[in-house]
Design a protein around this ligand. Structure first.
Ligand SMILES: [Zn+2]
Length: 221
């Protein structure tokens, strides 16, 4: 053996522990533009996409799909949105999700470490009381790269706590955040656009999640 190990030998040594440890240590993932590398939390991201897939079963033709399609949304990238499950799934594939609860591996990460937006505030410190999830982004309109920070979403305060998990609430929370990603709309716009589809706004941003949960039934006009 030479005194200088080969490059492949080195990378094998580095990769094996990363694979074994899994989500506790991030894996570098490239964004769609291929320009910037982000740390992917594969465990939470896979879970979020799975929950969205569950929510989108029999979505096409549903009342929600009709409400979405009727907006004639111009997507943030300039394309037309037809409100189909496959379009929503494709958007979710571009988004990374992070468990940012106290005690999780990402709670003390800065927003800059997650999305490279220059903000040095820690993910756990951006959480508002009772906040379930929040989308953060980087880049200009049309080319934005998004990540979603998750807190009360899990139904338990820390990674080692077990509470009753509200799967349906989780599914609709993910859909809620993906609507932000697709449209770039804030809550005010969302509540205005879906008003005629029975979305009302008595409590807060969770009203949108609840409306999605009701299969977009909402109140009658
Ligand atoms: Zn929201």
């Amino acid at each position: 053996m030479t005194s200088r190990p080969s490059a492949s030998f080195c990378s094998t040594l580095v990769l094996i522990p990363l694979l074994l440890i899994g989500a506790a240590y991030p894996v570098l993932a490239q964004d769609l533009n291929g320009k910037i590398q982000y740390y992917l939390e594969s465990q939470t991201t896979s879970m979020a996409r799975r929950l969205l897939d569950q929510r989108l079963m029999s979505f096409d033709g549903s009342k929600c799909a009709l409400a979405f399609r009727a907006q004639r949304w111009l997507k943030r990238d300039g394309g037309m949105f037809n409100g189909t499950a496959s379009e929503i799934r494709n958007e979710a594939l571009k988004v990374r999700f992070y468990d940012c609860r106290q005690g999780s591996a990402y709670a003390n990460w800065t927003l800059d470490q997650i999305i490279h937006n220059g903000e040095t505030i820690r993910a756990s410190e951006t959480r508002q009381y009772g906040e379930t999830a929040r989308r953060i982004w980087r880049g200009p309109l049309g080319a934005r790269t998004s990540a979603v920070l998750l807190w009360d979403f899990f139904g338990a305060p820390g990674p080692n706590d077990t509470w009753n998990v509200d799967i349906e609430g989780q599914q609709n929370t993910i859909l809620h955040e993906i609507v932000h990603v697709i449209s770039d709309w804030d809550h005010e716009i969302i509540f205005n656009r879906f008003y005629s589809y029975g979305l009302r706004h008595p409590d807060g941003s969770s009203d949108f999640t609840d409306w999605l949960r009701s299969k977009c039934q909402g109140v009658s006009n």
